[in-house]
Design a protein around this ligand. Sequence first.
Ligand SMILES: O=C(O)CCC(=O)C(=O)O
Length: 293
Amino acid sequence: MDSWLTTEQCQAYDEQGYLLLRGVLDDKDFAPLRQVISSAIDDRAKELYDGGKIPSLYEDLSFYHRLTQILRESQKGPLLSWNWNREVFSREVYQLLTHPKILDIVASLIGSEITVNGDYWIRFKMPTGGESVFPWHQDSIYYNGNADSGQQVIFSEESQILTVWIPMVDVDEHNGCLQIIPGSHKRGLRPPRRDENGRLIPIEDIESWSEVQNVRMKVGDVLVFGNLTFHRSLENTSENIRWSVDLRYSPTGSPLEWLLEKWPGFIARSERQPETVESWEMWEAKRTPSDLR
Ligand SMILES: O=C(O)CCC(=O)C(=O)O
């Protein structure tokens, strides 16, 4: 099959470790997911209200403002994690993961035997919320077991785990767009240390490697980057939540059993064996009730 991306785009990805694609998706691609998020917000609001943590359900507020208001009510620390996975596990997430345009992009970069892993996230970066700052990291650092506890360390340095990062609102440096160090993937997996908040950060001065890029994006744009590309996002200083989705893909048959064990995924596309592609029902059956609780 012909590559959906041009040779120049694929070369730019190889050189820079990331690629920004404009106007890939349109609003109707997000509508079903917004519905799922909206109903997840509804569930959380009811739980918090029933637990006496918030004084109102704020049902009259919009999708974009309801959660901000709910979280503002609580000065007692974070009521919710800002990263949602199981909360939004749904057919709609499956549909986005298997969106033909997204799979075409992924196929151009990693080939047309594609496995999704279940490590996808809807992230809501709260206005002026320090805890939703994500420091510089390579995704592979989070795929290395728990080195601190003496557990076996598993390196994904040699594997391809492609992230597709999709904003659901326009993003720039005011609301915490992603920042990237171009070409940083070429230096391999770098050793991290823990900062005062226990977060993994690089030991080296990686900002001296090349100019930090602010990846400003409009709704509909798509950013792809690899598991060795250094990236981060800073504080959201705007008035509104920065909503985004990140999805992850690898060539089918990659030695990533440990990852798929933790985050069951599915075969999303196969040119060689199309009959192996897995449906939403098959993916749903792989996730255990305890994982989804
Ligand atoms: O969405 C963010 O702010 C950070 C996301 C990220 O680091 C990732 O997708 O690997």
